[in-house]
Design a protein around this ligand. Structure first.
Ligand code: NAD
Length: 408
């Protein structure tokens, strides 16, 4: 998907063949074997991955995912998207992504801590505050980042908070980082509503995925006055056309580790949830959820791609035939996370910390700029929002490589 999208953008930009591979191929791709002792005394070897897409504009930056399906190809695609996202928002980073093929829901805290520390140790030759900085993604959390920061700091001999972002505030995390992605999604949805003349208090939203991004996006949309009528997690969803109480859902999900059985709502499958009629559809779970099989049945006015890569290229082509659907493409929609990660890194490097309102203010200013530029280009050239966002990002990386020249 990522390569296909890149080829489309390169064609659109009429990029010379000689530059294409140089911009497309990841700079470094690593696979490491991670043996750890399980709680039952046995030793198991997990596979860990890290892909650093380009180092032209600064260190690489990107999340770390713990999920059974993690593989090198997925990580490489996510790293490439991170590059365009960082460039679109003007951050001095290349993209990266990492992951470990494991099922964190069936592992103890002790096992997860040993796995995280072992992965950090294996990565030490390839990471650093000026080389590659990790952050949480699916299946990882502030705690994962705290273990990474501690492992790296023990190796260096001094506290190095700038090695990761998305860590707890008590050890150099930034206020507002945990909420940044979801709040950014809601901010961009509100900008899209302004553009389309939709009134928040008369609109409805459906959110797939109720983790960090999905739950905060649901909360923030509700704060803008939107009625959230459906949400889901990996096990399925719940729907109530009169609106869901997001606070109560949060508490229920924390207590039961699922949304299923939430009182005052009907059960719904993930597939049916995605095709429920609503004004705002927010896929905030995994990639490839909107496919050729269900894209034709999607009934929303704004598709806010909070997850990375939720829409396949085939589905994209079907959605392009429905001009009534306004797409906020993933590299724009979920950029709030990496923008505040950048703020966290800057604060750590300077040991000078900002208030939450300073963080949010600066975040919304950057998102506003990226949204306005993307929309202006999409309208001027009559191209889809995704192509506009990607081409802005790719062009900045292309320009950086041109200015630096070819070494040696
Ligand atoms: P998370 O692990 O906190 O939550 C993921 C949620 O999705 C959970 O509720 C899980 O049950 C659900 N889920 C998993 N598989 C599903 C499936 N097949 N169908 C329906 N629901 C499913 O992860 P997160 O950090 O919220 O990340 C969600 C998405 O947002 C990912 O695509 C991630 O790459 C992207 N993203 C995250 C951040 C961030 O700051 N955390 C930033 C940018 C993009």
């Amino acid at each position: 998907m990522a390569c296909q999208q890149f080829d489309q953008v390169a064609d659109y930009l009429e990029m010379p063949a000689a530059q294409r591979d140089r911009i497309k191929y990841p700079k470094r791709s690593m696979i490491v074997a991670l043996p750890i002792q399980l709680d039952n005394g046995l030793v198991r070897v997990f596979s860990g991955y890290r892909v650093q897409h380009h180092l032209t504009l600064g260190p690489t930056k990107g999340g770390l995912r713990y999920h059974p399906d993690v593989a090198l190809g997925e990580v490489a695609a996510l790293a490439m998207w991170m590059s365009w996202k960082c460039a679109l928002t003007g951050l001095p980073y290349g993209g990266a992504k990492g992951g470990i093929a494991c099922d964190p829901r069936n592992m103890s805290d002790g096992e997860l801590e040993r796995l995280t520390r072992r992965f950090t140790q294996e990565m030490i030759p390839f990471i650093g505050p000026q080389v590659d900085i990790m952050a949480p993604d699916v299946g990882t959390s502030e705690q994962t980042m705290a273990w990474m920061m501690d492992s790296y700091s023990m190796h260096m001999g001094y506290a190095t908070p700038s090695i990761v972002t998305g860590k707890p505030v008590g050890i150099g995390g930034s206020l507002g980082r945990r909420e940044a992605t979801g709040r950014g999604v809601a901010y961009l949805v509100s900008r899209a509503m302004d553009t389309l003349g939709i009134t928040a208090s008369q609109s409805t939203a459906v959110v797939q995925g109720f983790g960090n991004v999905g739950s905060v996006a649901a909360h923030s949309l509700a704060k803008y006055g939107v009625r959230v009528i459906g949400v889901s997690d990996v096990k399925g969803g719940v729907v109530n056309l009169k609106g869901l109480d997001i606070e109560a859902l949060d508490q229920y999900a924390r207590e039961h580790r699922t949304l299923l059985g939430f009182p005052g709502a009907d059960a719904i499958s993930n597939d049916d949830l995605l095709t429920t009629r609503c004004d705002i559809l927010v896929p905030a779970a995994m990639e490839r959820q909107i496919t050729a099989a269900n894209a034709g049945r999607i009934q929303c006015r704004i598709l806010a791609e909070a997850a990375n890569g939720p829409t396949t290229p085939e589905a994209d082509a079907l959605i392009a035939q429905k001009p009534e659907i306004f797409v906020i493409p993933d590299i724009l929609c979920n950029a709030g996370g990496v923008v505040v990660s950048y703020f966290e890194w800057v604060q750590d490097l300077q040991s000078f910390f900002w208030t939450e309102s300073e963080v949010m203010d600066k975040l919304f200013r950057i998102l506003e700029g990226a949204f306005t530029q993307t929309l202006a280009l999409a309208r001027k050239e009559a191209i889809p929002m995704r192509l506009a966002a990607l081409s802005l990002g790719v062009k900045r990386v292309q320009e950086g490589k041109r200015l630096r020249g070819l070494f040696p």
